[in-house]
Structures are given as C-alpha cells and as structure tokens.
Design a protein around this ligand. Structure first.
Ligand code: SAH
Length: 426
C-alpha cells in the first residue's frame, strides 16, 4: 500500500533554499548549538547563497541541524542563529532573541533609565555579531558580522519595540569595529540609526558612581561594562589603603576604591582621552582630592615606580587583550609575566593584587600557573581570594565557551621576604 501522507507532504523549508552541507563527523558540534561554522567543517554548498542571506545547515545525510546566515568573505562561513526547523532567522526570531535578552537583564535588576548595562551580548544571547549596550536610555549597537550589519535597521526597530515600557530608549547609535569589519568584508558607517542623536558625552550611574560615556567616540561602545561588579568587589579591599590602578581607562576601579574609602589612588593609562574622562569622573563624584592620573606606558611606569621603592595596598592590572591568535599566546604570557612581576613588587606586604585577563585564549589554569611561578620567583606567599568573571549581563552560552574572555584573580600577597642570599642552591 502506498503511504500517501508521505508522498503528499511538502518538502520542508530547509530542503528548498540554499543549504550548507557539513562533512561527515562534523555535525555533532552544531547539533550541540555551537554558532560558528568554519570552512573546514563544510563538505558542500547547494545553491549560490548571497553573503548575508539565510541558509539551512544540514548534516552529510541531509538532516536538519540549524538555520544560519552565510558569508563567503568571513572565516565564520555560517553563523547559526536557530536550531529549530520552524524558527528561520528573520524578524520574528530576532524579536524573540531580543525579548529574552532584555528579560534577563530586567530579572537581574540591571535595567533602568539611569544605569549602564549590556543588553545584548552576541553569542551569549544567541545573536552572534550583535552587541548592544545601554547607557541611561541611550543604546549603542556594535555590529561585528555582515549578517547583523545588513539588518541594522530591523534590529534597531526591534530593540525599540521590545524595550518600550522598560527603558524607553531615547536614541540608538550603531558602531562598527574596523578590524572586524575587514574580516567580515563589510562597510558600515557609525551613526545615529534611530531617535535623537546622543550628546557627545552622557552621564550614567554605575554602582553609586556617576560616569560619563562618549557613545560614538569612546573605546568599544564607550565603557567596559563587563567589570562593573568586579570594580565594586575590589573597592571593598581598598578602604584605608593606597591604590595603584594600572590600565585605568576612565578610572573605573580607582573610582570605586576611592568611594569605598581608599586614602589615595594613582591611575595610569596611555590614552589622553581616557585620562581626561577619568579626571572629570573624579570631580563629578567629589573624589578628586585623593586621585591622581599619569599618562604613560604601564610597563615603563611600573618599572620606574618599583625602582623608586614605591608600594601600594591594592594594585589592579587590567590590560587590554594581548593575543588575538593562538600563535601569539606565548608572547602574551611573557607580557603577563612581566606585568605580574612588577605588580607583585609594587604590592606591599599583606596587600592585594588584582590581575585581570581579557585574552580568551589564555585559560584560568594558565593564569593561575603564572601567578604561582611569579610568586615563587618573587618569594611571596600568594593566596587566591576570588576568581571573578564578567558581570551577569555578559552571559556565556554553554555551547560557545570560547566566547568567554574575562578572568580576574584577586590575590593576597604575604610578607615581602628578605632578599635572596647571593649563593645558588647546589
Ligand atoms: N580598567 C579599565 C579598562 C581597561 S581597558 C576599566 O575598569 O574601565 C585597557 C586600557 O589600557 C585602555 O584604556 C588603553 O588605553 C590602555 N592601555 C593599553 N596599553 C597600554 C600601555 N602599554 N600602557 C598604558 N595603557 C595602556
């Protein structure tokens, strides 16, 4: 007997349009909801998908794996946005993703019209290539994939509709990081995409501190929101202490420390613009009398201060990313080693050293090993008090843990030992 239902059922959507077929043995990762398909996993492409168009991702046996957006110019040939055959990337799916992202921040109590908060965190919100930060009702979109770039207007519209009644956005600007744009083969103009253009500088609150942000010209989307909870946490250790805040940008760690009772704070950064902001922040919060700012290369400045015999109760080292690729990890570790050595020498007996690392390729283990080794070389007893990651408005998808990057170790450094005797152990 003929099975009529099978004969009459239409071919599913995902067997109709352009599709990317995975090589045998390569599907597991994507069934497990990993969002990045590199060329090495692809056996063939059926149809001729335009860059930025939606494709179905299928196993080598033509089983549905997911829906993604194709880009022949990017190393990430397909970014996957959905693992449900009924949820094709488009207005309705993006609306669901944006709604879920906003709900999460709302539930965390981080969303209001005064503070700063990351609203959308790319892979962490299953929207690879889209980051959105919120500063007192102004939204800054950062687009880092061609697919998201082509849909900027739609995404802005959805952000407005889904955040209405929660933060009532005033305006949205869109920004494109140059290096990512090059890798994705896209061109984008930084501009106001919806609503009022924001003032060049606007004010928002972070854990009781007033901060200014330049949404169109500051680094990244203007501020480093990922360290929000860590700044407050580290500030706790600074009451009654002196602090050195190296790579201070706009003063984030130092300001919290000063607010929580630090006697004095020295901030060091090489960027004049960042230090200009830091100075303003100190004044705005009535903390200028205990904060000084030095424009210098951190490595040189720390060495200079170490030679001058200085030491501090709390030292924070929050450098930028040191390695973009695996080949650069060795050199990055040498950089961290040098920094930790200087940092330990500048931390007084029973003081606190905070080392932050935003190089995703460097693992917690590598970091802790380095601390152990440098501690031994510097003859200090080191205790790990806290291991801190990013604030929870920067979630990490369990299926894409390589998008996690921020690691901070809060270390207690024991007594400075007497100098090593001048003989070497036999
Ligand atoms: N701690 C900051 C964020 C730091 S971002 C906060 O809490 O907001 C990294 C900073 O390091 C940037 O401001 C950058 O200007 C600065 N920087 C990078 N390399 C540097 C160097 N060699 N010397 C001094 N500053 C540097």
């Amino acid at each position: 007997m003929q099975n009529t239902s099978k004969v009459n059922s239409p071919r599913p959507d995902w067997l109709e349009g352009s599709r990317v077929i995975l090589s045998p043995g390569k599907s597991r990762l994507f069934y497990n909801r990993h969002p990045w398909v590199f060329p090495g996993a692809i056996a063939s492409i059926v149809g001729s998908p335009a860059d930025g168009s939606v494709v179905a991702l299928l196993s080598h046996t033509n089983k549905f794996v997911g829906w993604g957006i194709f880009n022949s110019k990017s190393k990430v040939r397909v970014r996957v946005y959905s693992w449900n055959p009924q949820e094709k990337p488009g207005e309705s799916l993006f609306r669901i993703r944006i709604r879920e992202a906003i709900l999460l921040r709302q539930n965390l109590g981080m969303l209001d019209n005064k503070s700063g908060c990351r609203l959308i965190s790319s892979e962490g919100d299953f929207l690879s290539g889209l980051t959105v930060d919120q500063y007192a009702g102004w939204l800054v979109m950062q687009v880092s994939s061609l697919g998201m770039g082509q849909r900027e207007e739609l995404l802005a519209k959805l952000l407005v509709e889904e955040s209405k009644g929660i933060i009532a956005p005033k305006g949205i600007v869109v920004r494109h990081e140059k290096s990512m744009s090059r890798l994705e083969g896209m061109e984008g103009e930084d501009k106001t995409i919806w609503g009022e253009p924001p003032p060049e500088q606007l004010e928002y609150m972070e854990e009781g501190i007033k901060l200014l942000v330049q949404p169109l010209t500051g680094q990244k989307t203007g501020a480093y929101l990922d360290q929000r909870a860590n700044r407050r946490e580290v500030g706790r250790f600074a009451a009654g202490k002196t602090m050195l805040d190296a790579f201070c940008y706009a003063g984030g760690f130092g300001l919290q420390a000063a607010k929580q009772g630090a006697i004095s704070v020295v901030g060091i950064d090489q960027s004049e613009i960042a230090l200009g902001l830091a100075k303003k922040h100190a004044e705005l919060n009535g903390l200028a009398d205990r904060m000084t700012w030095t424009r210098a290369d951190v490595f040189e400045e720390l060495a200079r201060r170490e030679e001058a015999g200085e030491s501090y109760g709390v030292v924070v080292l929050d450098p930028p990313k040191f390695a973009q690729a695996k080949t650069a990890v060795e050199e990055a570790l040498r950089g961290y080693r040098r920094l930790y050595t200087l940092g330990m020498r500048l931390t007084e007996s029973n003081g606190i050293l905070v080392v932050c690392c935003c190089t995703g390729l460097i693992t917690w283990d590598m970091l802790e090993n380095l601390v152990e080794q440098v501690g031994a070389e510097e003859r200090r007893n080191i205790r790990i008090l806290q291991k801190l990651g990013p604030s929870p408005d920067h979630p990490v998808a369990a299926s894409c843990r390589e998008s996690a990057y921020l690691k901070c170790l809060v270390l207690h450094l024991g007594e400075k030992s007497a100098p090593r005797p001048s003989f070497s152990p036999g």
